[in-house]
Design a protein around this ligand. Structure first.
Ligand code: GLU
Length: 366
């Protein structure tokens, strides 16, 4: 690990490692991971653990025939989370702390900042943060849905320099290794594009909610923030030994040369758009002075308030950028609906940019 010179790492441990038989937590694979955490900390590396597996861990407590219902899964998560935390805690002679999050928390800038600060405080005091999605309170609208993406959001929020995703595969293969004997493991990925997503196919894990696709999405989120990302096999002890020796035992995704700024990254990869404004043509054309003014907006969709994240779309439908709104949709609609009135004209002249230059995050992909 010294060869890598990490300062702060996020480890994502999948459900298959926590509860391989889906009948409660098993220490079989976790012991090796716990030892790895202890050895990283001994080398001065700060560790944050994103641990899946509450649903799988709590599964054995509920009747078989009812397990498919969402309500039952939430109950399994609530019960399994305690079991899982107790299991982790047993391995360490330093304190750990539970943080349960939803996408609703992460996409709200104030709550996001509060999460960041708590994580920093825990690390400063030698406490190991153990993070999972708060499955009990999530709804479709509120959830991240998989801990691969959640771990990338956490890594970005915590300013980590590496994200290690441990699951039951050795890394990214050029094709699905379960179906193709000649599939080749790709040790290093310089940049993530459609061809990389195509290799991931739709392979999913039997126990967790993620698959290779969500791991690539996580790698894309993390590397764009300058965070080196690994996909690794957490079932193999040699994975951890090789990492500690400074080797890459799986697939490494190289970080962007010019990572996004923290706020822009948050807006692009974590915040959800609450509504959208439509501008004519490209973003450059609409932002000649670096910002978007109300007279450059041709349509407003959805309801958003001041400080909400919005999508800037071109009139040909292209997703151009995410941005922070300086004015509410209500005010912008009022100005547009009363375009001809003197009051509206005055208003248009007097209000500042709807979106300021510093709050625009261009989207590379549509
Ligand atoms: N939050 C889920 C759990 O603890 C896991 C989600 C995932 O597998 O990615 O069971």
């Amino acid at each position: 690990m010294q060869k890598f010179k990490w300062r702060r790492i996020v480890l994502k441990v999948g459900s298959a490692l926590i509860a391989p038989e889906q009948d409660g937590c098993r220490s079989r694979y976790l012991l090796t991971i716990a030892q790895f955490i202890v050895r990283c900390r001994a080398q001065g590396i700060e560790v944050i653990l994103v641990s899946s597996g509450s649903v799988a861990a709590g599964s054995h407590l509920f009747p078989e025939q009812e397990k498919r219902s969402v309500t039952m899964k939430k109950a399994m998560a609530a019960a399994g989370q305690t079991e899982m935390m107790a299991m982790w805690d047993r391995f360490f002679d330093f304190p750990s702390a539970q943080i349960l999050l939803t996408h609703g928390d992460l996409r709200d800038r104030e709550r996001y900042t509060s999460i960041r600060e708590t994580v920093f405080t825990l690390l400063e005091h030698g406490v190991l943060p153990i993070i999972n999605e708060n499955d009990t309170v999530t709804t479709d609208d509120l959830k991240v849905g998989d801990n691969d993406n959640l771990s990338a959001m956490v890594a970005a929020a915590a300013d980590a320099d590496a994200l290690m995703i441990f699951s039951d595969v050795d890394g990214l293969y050029d094709k699905n290794p379960n179906l193709h004997e000649d599939a080749v493991l790709l040790p290093e990925i310089d940049s993530i594009d459609e061809s990389i997503y195509a290799m991931a196919g739709c392979a999913t894990s039997a126990v967790g909610t993620g698959g290779m696709k969500t791991k690539i999405e996580a790698a894309e989120k993390a590397t764009s923030h300058g965070i080196t990302t690994f996909i690794l096999n957490g079932f193999k002890e040699q994975t951890f030994n090789r990492l500690l020796e400074g080797d890459n035992p799986g697939t490494i995704f190289k970080p962007y040369d010019k990572p996004m700024q923290e706020a822009v990254h948050w807006m692009t990869h974590t915040a959800n758009e609450q509504g959208e404004v439509v501008v004519e043509g490209s973003i450059d054309k609409s932002t000649e002075d670096g910002c978007i003014r109300s007279d450059e907006i041709v349509a407003v969709h959805g309801e958003f308030g001041v400080g909400d994240t919005i999508l800037v779309r071109s009139d040909d439908g292209t997703r151009l950028a995410k941005a922070t709104a300086n004015y509410s949709s209500c005010l912008l609609n009022f100005i547009a609906d009363n375009e001809q009135s003197e009051f509206s004209e005055k208003m248009q002249d007097s209000i500042g940019p709807v979106v300021s230059e510093k709050d625009i995050a261009l989207l590379e992909k549509s």
